[in-house]
Structure formats: structure tokens, C-alpha cells
Design a protein around this ligand. Structure first.
Ligand SMILES: [Zn+2]
Length: 126
């Protein structure tokens, strides 16, 4: 398996490095249990700074999706972005293929553009 070190305090650099290696990291608040899928300095729900780095679940349900019709330079137009519930956390990522709210998707790695990784998900066929 990977040699990935999970940092105690998650920063964007270690989050994106882990993502490139195929691991989705997030944070969990020790005070209220709130989970996030991207690094934050403090809990967005209760403001606590007692937050630890966790490995997120990799399969979840699509909460919301949208198609980006006007894409940034370097991106093919018509790609889909979804908000995915991974356990308690909500992750934002690209989804390949047709996807609808309520579909089950699984994390399939990082989509990289200009060195900036974004989580990518695939629809799990029933
Ligand atoms: Zn909290």
C-alpha cells in the first residue's frame, strides 16, 4: 500500500499530495464530529481548532450535480461537477459519465490540471 503519511494538521499541500497518490483526506472535529473533505483551519460548524486528519470514505451518494458548460482554459466543456456525501463529509469533484442526484459514486483518483488535483468520481453501476 502507499507510504502516505497522514499529517496531524491538514494543509492544502498535503491534501493535494495525498489526492495525487489516490487518497482522499479530510478532517474531523474532535468537539462536534463535523467532517470536511478539504483542509480548514477550524471547524466550520463549531469553530473548534481541535480537528484531526482522517481518511474519507471513498464511496458515497451524489447530493448535487451540475454541468459546466463554459469551461476554463484547458478543460473540455460539458464536464460534470458533483457534491458527494462521503460519510459525514461533502466532497466536491468531477464525475465522469452521466450522473444524477442520488446516484452512488466511488472515488477513482485525482483529475489534474496545472498541477492542481481535483477528486474524480465514477458512477457505480447497480
Ligand atoms: Zn466542530
Amino acid at each position: 500500500m502507499s507510504q502516505l503519511e497522514i499529517p496531524e494538521h491538514l494543509k492544502y499541500d498535503s491534501w493535494s499530495e495525498a489526492l495525487k497518490q489516490g487518497t482522499l483526506l479530510g478532517q474531523e472535529c474532535a468537539d462536534c464530529g463535523h467532517q470536511t473533505a478539504a483542509p480548514k483551519a477550524a471547524c466550520v460548524r463549531c469553530g473548534s481548532r481541535d480537528i484531526e486528519t482522517i481518511e474519507l470514505e471513498t464511496t458515497g451518494e451524489v447530493y448535487s450535480e451540475t454541468t459546466i458548460a463554459v469551461s476554463p482554459v484547458g478543460f473540455e466543456a460539458g464536464y460534470k461537477i458533483a457534491i458527494v456525501h462521503l460519510g459525514e463529509a461533502k466532497a466536491v469533484g468531477r464525475v465522469s459519465g452521466d450522473v444524477e442526484i442520488g446516484d452512488t459514486v466511488t472515488f477513482s483518483g485525482a483529475f489534474e490540471h496545472d498541477g492542481q488535483p481535483t477528486p474524480q468520481f465514477e458512477v457505480v453501476s447497480e
